[in-house]
Design a protein around this ligand. Structure first.
Ligand code: COA
Length: 237
């Protein structure tokens, strides 16, 4: 659904560096749906299970605050591409990586997507070629090695956040969406949906993670607040 142009857009981002201590999982699991608990049981590696449980736990806590529905009863359902939906009013997105969960919940936006990656992962040149446009690759090659590595990760997270906002994920070729930086802010310079309703940000994570947000809002730049989620308290600034 397209949102009204007059409705001010607002995005709340919650970042959670959860502990992988198994003792917490049972408590978090109580906030999950039975389908999610079944899915959690299918993970082969404990790290992946913890990541899934933590992600759905945080998402449900935040959506419960927005809707007044108890966390385990929030009626989340994936669309045919895997993007979770909850009616038309709220847009939200979830990302997991190695010890960090990031959730963005938006009102007044048509689309929102979030992605996070560790800042120290090494991306091989061949992989960079598979997601960067020719112009981005030329630009990366001009950067000093350290900055190149960091920028390559930033580009990846920006592109993935955009594709998650659109709901298509990596079905769409990330090379079709290109970014450059203007006054230190990422700007989409190419791509089918490239227009001024789109806003992209790299979010300060307070940790060794790169977090990117993509939002499409007709009412201009959304208000964005970032909170660190502490244990299972509600987010605080
Ligand atoms: C969406 C996608 C980019 C997520 O990438 P990822 O690095 O594995 O995972 P992230 O931590 O960034 O995000 C995970 C969350 O994305 C969400 N998600 C899944 N599919 C999505 C989609 N099409 N659009 C937006 N969000 C999606 C889910 O909420 C998921 O959380 P969950 O694991 O609790 O269900 C990837 O799974 C994808 O492209 N999927 C669709 C296409 C596909 O399956 N391709 C096969 C490989 S090319």
């Amino acid at each position: 659904m397209q949102q009204s142009e007059n409705q001010p857009a607002d995005i709340e981002i919650a970042l959670w560096r959860y502990s992988e201590n198994e003792g917490n999982w049972n408590r978090w699991m109580q906030s999950l749906s039975s389908h999610e608990r079944d899915r959690a049981a299918t993970y082969r590696f404990e790290r992946d299970r913890a990541s899934f449980i933590a992600g759905r736990y945080l998402l449900r806590q935040l959506l419960s605050l927005q809707t007044g529905i108890s966390p385990g009863k929030v009626p989340l359902s994936p669309d045919r591409h895997g993007k979770l939906r909850l009616g038309d009013r709220l847009q939200f997105s979830l990302a997991n990586t190695d010890g960090l969960v990031a959730v963005a919940v938006a009102s007044g936006c048509d689309h929102v997507g979030i992605d996070c990656e560790r800042a120290d992962i090494e991306i091989e040149e061949a992989a960079v070629d598979s997601y960067c446009s020719a112009e981005e690759r030329r630009w990366l090659m001009e950067l000093p090695a350290r900055e190149r590595a960091r920028t390559a990760i930033a580009l990846w997270t920006l592109k993935e956040s955009h594709l998650k906002a659109l709901g298509v994920g990596l079905r769409e070729d990330p090379r079709n969406i290109a970014f450059s930086w203007k006054d230190g802010i990422p700007v989409m310079v190419d791509g089918g949906d490239c227009d001024r309703r789109w806003h992209h940000r790299l979010v300060e994570s307070g940790s060794q993670h790169v977090v990117a947000l993509a939002a499409c809002a007709q009412s201009g730049l959304p208000g964005i607040s970032t909170n660190l989620f502490q244990n299972d308290s509600i987010p605080s600034e």
